[in-house]
Design a protein. Structure first.
Length: 255
């Protein structure tokens, strides 16, 4: 990618030690193995299940949900377009559809009979109640915990989370579509190519330097669209408020 300047890393491809990870999971099984960035083969799903684990697959469209169900996935994680961080789509492409979470939940549940976990923009108890009302069995929540003391969030990102700066989708940092708080690096590279993980490796030293110097404009500030609602509080308190808020919202629905 032109314009990265001195200090950029060497772009390269890799498989993230795929086979080694599968071997480790077979030798030391865990309750749940979650897949993202693609649909595992039916053989891989069966291998994980044979070790005693459930196979959860992240989907971003009804077509992906059907493919994951056919591969034998036990649970589908429906990631709406509001979610922070990388899109979990099976493949990245210029015309990639970005469904909002509420629409996606309805489409996925109509497409398959697998249990669904909702993910994307869930920062309050009311939002948690909304996805449960739409049939999600649970919610996967990330951004709401980024300001907790337990999170390893960089101080510059903590400050950005508390502001109302909008998020945007970008490939500038890694070559794969992802949502983060808009900053200088994103604005300087609006036409970044689809090139993951090559671009990830190329920008990694630049992002590390920006973190080291506390420059929020130079590294990825992954966050969901509702990041301004994230609380600066211990994780246990955040969980308690989410549960209490969901219960209150569900009680209102019953009325």
């Amino acid at each position: 990618m032109a314009g990265l300047g001195a200090g950029a890393g060497e772009p390269r491809a890799d498989d993230d030690d795929w086979e080694a990870k599968l071997a480790l999971l077979a030798a030391s099984p865990v309750p749940v193995v979650s897949f993202v960035f693609g649909c595992p083969s039916a053989e891989t799903v069966a291998r994980v299940q044979a070790a005693g684990s459930e196979a959860w697959v992240t989907v971003t469209s009804p077509d992906e949900a059907r493919e994951a169900a056919e591969a034998g996935a036990d649970v589908l994680v429906a990631q709406g377009g509001e979610a922070g961080g990388h899109r979990g789509s099976f493949s990245d492409r210029p015309d990639l559809p970005v469904y909002g979470l509420l629409a996606l939940l309805q489409l996925v549940r109509a497409a398959t009979d697998r249990p669904v976990v909702a993910s994307g923009g869930i920062t309050t108890g009311a939002a948690l109640a909304a996805v449960l009302c739409l049939g999600a069995r649970a919610a996967q929540i990330g951004t709401a915990f980024l300001r907790t003391p337990e999170a390893g969030t960089h101080p510059a990102q903590r400050a950005a989370l508390a502001a109302d700066t909008p998020t945007a989708l970008t490939r500038a940092f890694t070559g794969r579509l992802a949502r983060g708080i808009r900053n200088r690096f994103m604005d300087e590279h609006p036409d970044a190519p689809i090139a993951y993980p090559e671009l990830h490796h190329a920008t990694s030293p630049l992002r590390a330097k920006a973190r080291e110097t506390g420059d929020p404009g130079g590294f990825n500030l992954w966050a969901g669209e509702a990041h301004a609602l994230a609380e600066e509080a211990p994780a246990a308190e955040v969980v308690a408020r989410l549960v209490a808020g969901a219960r209150a919202a569900l009680d209102q629905v019953r009325l």
